[in-house]
Ligand binder design. Structure first.
Ligand SMILES: [Zn+2]
Length: 263
């Protein structure tokens, strides 16, 4: 009888104690946080370091800025300053190659690329960014969110290449947040925040919070109106909401969340 009681007690401790098996295999975020949120901006647009990051700094929020070396060379000092202020500088290739279906990408079409050519471009742009800013890019964003090279029967994914060269790769115009217990870090989803007000973003945050997921928002220009522009008023509303402790949002650059998930 005594042995049986000890056995039952041991099983009880195993199932409910600190080593209990979580049926849902849910990832736990840092203390008190229900979800992770990352703000990301692409293309090295000047408005990001010309007012955009200053607004984020006011709230102590750090973003991930995915750049091409030639886009930031005119005002390297400002990008360097942003990096020193804690914003992450990520790689967004060198030529920004997308499908030749875009007329502007016809002379650098992904359909004409090989994995070797892509590897060379990504390694070289990493080196250039290192020389310019003094950082080694850890995160990558796929130009146009497109993840292939080649055409027809010779089409190949360059996701494995990004997996090998970076700690993460982010897509574009995806529909959903990332499940941290399942995600492929070289295929993080990126949900568009350009041209939106906070009331359009809030349902996505609530959804991610309920599921304990990681929402990655992606934008371009940082300003008030215009094409491909993330509104500063939306960002202010978002940061105020995210910083209210009762909402339990961990807001951090991509490399930090990736690092956390790796451990
Ligand atoms: Zn881009």
């Amino acid at each position: 009888m005594k042995k049986l009681l000890i056995f039952v007690f041991t099983v009880f401790i195993f199932l409910n104690g600190p080593f209990s098996l979580n049926a849902q295999n849910k990832t736990t975020w840092p203390t008190g946080k229900k979800m992770a949120l990352s703000l990301t901006f692409d293309d090295g647009r000047a408005s990001q370091v010309n007012g955009g990051t200053a607004l984020l700094d006011k709230y102590g929020v750090k973003a991930t800025l995915y750049v091409m070396p030639n886009a930031i060379e005119k005002n390297v000092a400002m990008w360097k300053k942003a990096a020193e202020n804690g914003h992450e500088i990520g790689n967004h290739s060198s030529l920004h190659p997308c499908s030749g279906n875009f007329a502007w990408s016809r002379n650098k079409a992904l359909e004409e690329y090989t994995l070797e050519k892509m590897q060379k471009e990504l390694v070289e742009s990493n080196e250039q960014l290192h020389q310019m800013i003094g950082i080694k890019p850890e995160s990558f964003a796929y130009p146009c969110g497109q993840k292939f090279v080649g055409n027809d029967a010779k089409t190949q994914s360059y996701v494995p290449l990004v997996y090998q060269l970076f700690s993460s790769g982010r897509g574009w115009r995806d529909e959903a947040p990332n499940d941290p217990a399942y995600l492929n870090r070289a295929q993080l989803t990126g949900v568009e925040m350009d041209g939106k007000n906070f009331d359009e973003i809030l349902p996505m945050i609530k959804d991610a919070s309920e599921k304990g997921f990681w929402l990655v928002l992606a934008g371009h220009e940082m300003g008030q109106e215009g094409n491909q522009t993330t509104r500063l008023t939306m960002l202010e509303d978002l940061m105020r909401y995210a910083q209210d402790p009762q909402h339990g949002i961990w807001i951090a650059p991509i490399r930090e969340v990736t690092k956390y998930l790796k451990h």
